[in-house]
Ligand binder design. Sequence first.
Ligand SMILES: [Zn+2]
Length: 275
Amino acid sequence: MKLYLDPGHGGQDPGAQGNGLNEKDITLDIALKLRKILQDEYENVEVKMSRTSDTTKSLNQRTTEANSWHADFYLAIHINSAGSSAQGYEDFIYSGLSDSSKTAQYQRTIHNEVMKVNELRDRGSKKANFHVLRESTMPAILTENGFITNGHDAGLMKQSSWQQKVARGHANGLAKIFNLKKKPTPAPAPTPQDPNQGTLYKVIAGSFKSRENAEEQITLLHNKGFEAFVITTTISGDRWYRVQAGAFSNRANAEDRLAELKKAGFTDTFLITTE
Ligand SMILES: [Zn+2]
C-alpha cells in the first residue's frame, strides 16, 4: 500500500494559529508519528510525505507529487480554527463523491478509529471542495484534528502523548481499510548491562502463559495509545509472556506510567527492576 501523507501547511504558511500554537507544527508532529507507527509495525506500507520538516510547499505541488507517485491513498492532516467555543474533530472527502463511494466508506472507517482515541468532540464526517481532495486521483481524506483556537483542544495538542494517540487512530483506520498485516513483534531491546546505568524499572501490563493472549493485550494497549511489546521470562521452569509498556531509569516515572495504565483500565500491572 502506498500512502501519500500530507501534514498541512509548513514553512512560510503557519496555517491556523492560537493558544501559542501553529497548525503546521502539530500536523507535522502527528504525521511523523503516524509514519513511524506504519513503518515499524506494518508490512508492505510505503509512506511518502509532502514534507518531513518545516518547509513551504504549494497545494498543487502536493497533489502533483501524490498523483505521479501513484499513491493508493491521500491522507491530509490538519488542525481547525474558529471562535474560541468551536471544538472537536471532523473529516472531509471531496464534495463530488457520493455516500456510497469507496472513499466515503474509507472516511467512515478513519472517522471511527480516530474518534475512539482522540478525546475530542465528534463533529461528524463532511464533504468539501478542497484542492487536495479534488485534484488527487486516488481516494483522499482530510482530517481536522481539533481547534487550535479552543482551550480544551489546544491543551491536548500540546501533549506528545495526545499526538501519538491521534497518529495511532489514523494508523488503526488505515490498517482496517487496507487490511495491513502486522510485522512480527520485534525482539525485546537488550537490557543495559552497564553497571553505571543502575536500576531499570520496567512496567509490566500483564503476564501470560500464552503468547496469543499477550499479543491481544498489546493490541488493547495500542488502541489506548500505549506502546508495548512482549518479553519472555522463565519462572520455575515455566515460560511466561510479559507485556512491557515502558522502561524507566527513574522509579517515579515508572510509577506514573503504572498509574496511567491503571486509569486506562489495565489493572494487572506491576513493576519489575533489573540491575
Ligand atoms: Zn489546515
